[in-house]
Ligand binder design. Structure first.
Ligand SMILES: Nc1ncnc2c1ncn2[C@@H]1O[C@H](COP(=O)(O)OP(=O)(O)O)[C@@H](O)[C@H]1O
Ligand SMILES: [Mg+2]
Length: 301
């Protein structure tokens, strides 16, 4: 088992990088270079306090490119707060956010999106009265002779949807207000991809969806990771999590109770960790890549 101080990369030896990178302002260079095989995003010691409420305490989490990391936990565990810290909505009260090896400070959602961090929220920030093409380009419209280049906009939107195998949308000129929940998710994700996201964060993406829409969104999540993007999915639906996650991180009362490869969890250990912060189960052999931080932490010899 990896001890907390060794980090949670789950891929064997990796030097802890906390304190290594100098403070740097957000840059929009957004390169995907990964020279040391370091994770796209590293959280170190993240804490967030709202007045008397300590919503997050000492969160260490790596989010690698090309993998789906699932963040699970009961209501109030701190999932949305953590996502908002990564999305630039809240500034953490403690800790460091490291992006491609450099410490960053996110002062606004704009800082996050300039780096390639895209967040798809439950109440999706799409404009119902605009069509799919317009939504996907919103804020990034290509100009041609000072006019909106409608042909390019439509071509790019279609190509991105096709690339992500989003096939249920009949026309890209359909108003977003007329789409199903799953289709809205797909448009929001395609928008992030078109705007060159490196990390896509989804907060409860399937919560409001029916069975076949859920299937579509889950396969979209898998395809995003397949394209090399980092994906961080927040969910309390364990069935969904076990379908798509490469890695699982469990939050319990604002602390990281466990993190590791999905194969080292099973539904019972995940439920134990979500509801009590600890598990006595040892899943799939040694669990050597899983870090447990709850009351059972360190109990293994
Ligand atoms: N803006 C806020 N002000 C005060 N407390 C908050 C705020 N946002 C979240 N919290 C508190 O932080 C804790 C974690 O909430 P949240 O991140 O929404 O949990 P989750 O998404 O896992 O359900 C809860 O106790 C919640 O009441
Ligand atoms: Mg939440």
């Amino acid at each position: 088992m990896v001890t907390p101080s060794q980090g949670d990369a789950g891929k064997g030896a990796r030097p802890a990088s906390a304190g290594r990178a100098p403070a740097a302002p957000p840059s929009s260079s957004a390169d995907t270079a990964d020279p040391d095989g370091q994770p796209l995003l590293q959280l170190r010691g993240i804490g967030k306090r709202f007045g008397p409420v300590q919503a997050l305490t000492d969160i260490d989490l790596d989010v690698p490119a090309g993998q789906v990391t699932a963040l699970v936990g009961d209501n109030g565990a701190g999932k949305s707060t953590l996502v908002k810290c990564i999305a630039g909505i809240w500034e953490p009260s403690a800790g460091e956010i490291i992006w491609n090896g450099k410490r960053i400070h996110l002062h606004s959602p704009r800082d996050a999106s300039a780096l390639g961090i895209a967040t798809v929220y439950q109440d999706l920030a799409l404009a119902d009265n605009l069509d799919i093409v317009q939504n996907m380009q919103l804020g990034h419209e290509p100009l041609r002779y000072g006019l909106l280049d409608e042909i390019t906009m439509e071509k790019t939107a279609k190509a991105t949807l096709a690339d992500l195998a989003v096939t249920t949308v009949r026309s890209v000129r359909q108003l977003v207000g007329s789409l199903s929940g799953g289709q809205r998710q797909a448009v929001a994700v395609a928008k992030a991809v078109m705007q060159d996201a490196k990390l896509v964060i989804m907060d409860e993406p399937t919560a409001a969806l029916g069975v076949s829409q859920t299937e579509q969104v889950l396969s979209l999540i898998t395809r995003l990771a397949g394209r090399g993007l980092g994906v961080l999915v927040i969910s309390h639906n364990l069935a969904d999590v076990f379908r798509v996650a490469d890695r699982i991180a469990v939050l319990y009362l604002g602390r990281l109770a466990a993190v590791g490869p999905a194969a080292e969890f099973d539904p019972q250990s995940a439920v134990d960790l979500m509801t009590t912060g600890a598990t006595s189960r040892q899943v799939n052999g040694t669990g050597e890549n899983m870090t447990l931080r709850g009351s059972s932490s360190g109990s293994e010899g």
